[in-house]
Design a protein around this ligand. Structure first.
Ligand code: IPM
Ligand code: MN
Length: 354
């Protein structure tokens, strides 16, 4: 059989992004040899440094170029000398929106109970996936100031939810839950008791689409209650579907109960286009260049990328290698306290690939 060949666009980004991406690429290279696929890669310098030098974030021509790749591998975006909002909207959100990556897939899996801040929770209790809508809601950037700077000032920020946008997200979640084939339970996380327009639409779509999936059990939880259950009974969850803002918030909590930002990865998915994979933590400027940041989230992002590209065996092998190091070697998942350096962790994962 002819070797499969992929083209990966790599955006190391800011802060510790380049270091963790370096380890991810080390693992990718080893996996390619072992599992018989090949790939080309091109590194793009989008990020804070480039913005400070050129005033540029991401141009339409950059987007057109990125559309030619099989996938994008992203480190982190965020720079202490750039005002919050510029790089986030100009690069990260622009990528998600212009490539129509309408799903943000964020698995929450505890690999070793000793890294869980919750008492008495075991790996079998924390194993769920959040399907976060990634193109609409409060992230749409709709709103305005009225009478800015006066004592009559009003600032509005609109949550924008289209039937089409909600339906494609909810449908993806049902399909994902079916294919995951674990507890076959899909929970809608919303706020129907207060946000009576947006969540009325979400709830109707959730019920309607659900009729096509009689094999999937459905459940609903308000977002505030969801955070409570994440702490009290995380074992109740299998797949959760929610909007952009709630998904952002609950997945930081999800990352904490699985052991922290050092291990949490996510995929920005366009099922028919170019998807982008990233560790969900930030650029961690204070740890930059010290070889102490945890690269496992970035390595897990490579595993998700390969799964998405159809290299399921390589993806599973990387995840298993991560599980092994987390169970057998690491003292902590936190930067500087792991018992190993960033690059040593990459090496151990490579050695563990089976
Ligand atoms: C995330 C991040 C981003 C978001 C920020 C950096 C814009 O927090 O990926 O969760 O809010 O989506
Ligand atoms: Mn976030």
């Amino acid at each position: 059989m002819e070797k499969k060949k992929y083209n990966i666009a790599v955006i190391p980004g800011d802060g510790t992004g380049p270091e963790v991406v370096g380890e991810g690429l080390k693992v990718l290279e080893a996996a390619a040899v072992k599992f018989g696929f090949s790939y080309g890669q091109r590194v793009f310098d989008f990020g804070g440094e480039r913005y400070l030098k050129t005033g540029k974030t991401l141009e339409d021509a950059d987007i057109a170029e990125l559309k030619k790749y099989s996938a994008i591998y992203l480190g982190a975006i965020g720079h202490p000398q750039v005002k919050p909002g510029i790089l986030e909207t100009g690069i990260l959100l622009k990528l998600r929106f212009s490539l129509d990556q309408y799903i943000n897939l964020r698995p929450v899996r505890l690999y070793n109970e000793k890294f869980c801040p919750l008492k008495d929770k075991k790996p079998e209790d924390i194993d769920f996936v959040v399907v976060r809508e990634n193109s609409e809601g409060l992230y749409k950037g709709m709103g305005e100031f009225r009478d800015k700077g006066t004592d009559k000032e009003v600032a509005t920020q609109i949550s924008y939810n289209t039937r089409k946008g909600v339906e494609r997200c909810v449908r993806y979640a049902y399909e994902y839950c079916r294919n995951r084939n674990k507890r076959k339970k899909l929970t809608l996380c919303g706020k129907t008791n207060v946000l009576t327009y947006a969540w009325d639409l979400w709830q109707r779509v959730f019920e309607e689409v659900g009729r096509e999936y009689p094999d999937i059990k459905t459940d609903y939880a308000h977002v505030d209650a969801t955070t409570m259950w994440f702490v009290k009974n995380p074992e109740w969850f299998d797949v959760i579907v929610t909007d952009n803002m709630f998904g952002d918030i609950i997945t930081d909590l999800g990352a904490m109960i699985q052991g922290g930002m050092g291990i949490a990865a996510g995929g920005n998915i366009n099922p028919r286009g170019v998807s982008m994979f990233e560790p969900i933590g930030g650029s961690a400027p204070k740890y930059t260049g010290l070889n102490v940041i945890n690269p496992l989230a970035a390595i897990c992002a490579v595993s998700m990328m390969l799964e998405n590209l159809g290299e399921g065996r390589a993806a599973a092998s990387i995840e298993d290698a991560v599980i092994k190091i987390v169970r057998e070697d690491l003292v902590s998942l936190a930067a500087g306290k792991m018992g190993y350096s960033t690059s040593e962790i990459g090496d151990i994962v490579v050695k563990n690939l089976k």
